[in-house]
Write a protein that binds this ligand. Structure first.
Ligand code: MN
Length: 140
């Protein structure tokens, strides 16, 4: 009977057709132009963005929102990204959350400082948007 078949087909299809949950990405970047570009692009790549322009705000939002992923600029005026990463990592609920550090400084030791602070990965500016998106998706 057609109606039964339709029902069964619908039930079988439901899991695969269910909308994929958008990973929530907290992004901290004090340069509002860069922040806007990243938010706009990553929104088109399937993420839901929580923007932040300061390290302190990023820590507060990480604790309150429990994002799936964090993008953390390192050079920020009030609290730098390294300190913000350490504070985020000190909360057991966020101990395993992937954190991608962004920095404009391509100095020797930057990578180690970011990873020592608790970053999962490190990306040098200027950031390749597609590369960053692919990296984020590899962690969800
Ligand atoms: Mn900055």
């Amino acid at each position: 009977m057609a109606p039964e078949r339709e029902e069964r087909t619908h039930a079988e299809r439901t899991p695969a057709d269910a909308p994929r949950r958008q990973p929530v990405v907290l992004i901290a970047e004090d340069n509002v132009d860069n922040l806007g570009l990243l938010v706009d692009y990553l929104s088109t790549r399937g993420f839901r963005l929580i923007p932040s322009t300061t390290g302190r705000e990023a820590v507060r939002l990480a604790l309150s929102e429990g994002p799936d992923l964090v993008i953390m600029d390192i050079q920020m005026p009030d609290m730098d990204g390294l300190e913000a990463i350490k504070q985020i990592r000190s909360d057991p609920r966020l101990a395993a959350t992937p954190i991608i550090a962004l920095t404009a400084l391509a100095m020797v030791g930057d990578r180690e400082r970011c990873l020592d602070a608790g970053a999962t990965a490190y990306v040098s500016k200027p950031v390749g948007m597609r590369q960053l998106s692919d990296l984020l998706w590899s962690y969800v």
